[in-house]
Design a protein around this ligand. Structure first.
Ligand SMILES: [Zn+2]
Ligand SMILES: [Zn+2]
Length: 145
């Protein structure tokens, strides 16, 4: 990808200054519930690498409604309701779902499958990319920024 990519809606714009630190296809039930997609392309950036031009215009709600005290908040546009990003209350990461948050194909495809649950009955992905039951084992959470 180019080092600069951008997204958001017409009221709130986000910009990624650096390449992502993790890029996966997520199979978890929370993403399914929030996006309505069977799997979700999820991209993590270091918190400071996603800039938001109108942070005051964001409406924040728990990403996981069943765990309102969890660290991730879904940020939507207070004006039009478009999903803008997930923000981490601990300021470690910001998360972009490219196809829903205005990034389209500016971000390269996911490198692996995350949170695949064999008990779900969904066939194990066979596209050659690694499949994990969580994040990739070598993923390290960045320090809070
Ligand atoms: Zn997920
Ligand atoms: Zn908007």
């Amino acid at each position: 990808m180019s080092s600069q990519c951008s997204g958001g809606c017409e009221h709130i714009h986000t910009k990624a200054a650096h390449a992502p630190i993790d890029n996966h296809t997520c199979h978890c039930s929370v993403c399914k519930g929030v996006t309505g997609q069977d799997t979700t392309h999820v991209v993590f950036f270091k918190h400071g690498d996603i800039e938001v031009d109108n942070e005051a215009g964001l409406k924040r709600q728990p990403f996981n409604a069943a765990n309102p005290d969890g660290p991730l908040e879904l940020c939507t546009c207070g004006e039009c309701g478009a999903p803008i990003m997930l923000d981490d209350k601990q300021s470690r990461i910001r998360v972009i779902v490219p196809n829903l948050m205005g990034y389209g194909d500016q971000i390269e495809p996911a490198s692996y499958h995350a949170f695949y649950d064999p008990a779900s009955g969904v066939p194990k992905p066979s596209d050659g990319r690694p499949v994990y039951e969580g994040l990739r084992p070598d993923f390290v959470w960045p320090e809070p920024s």
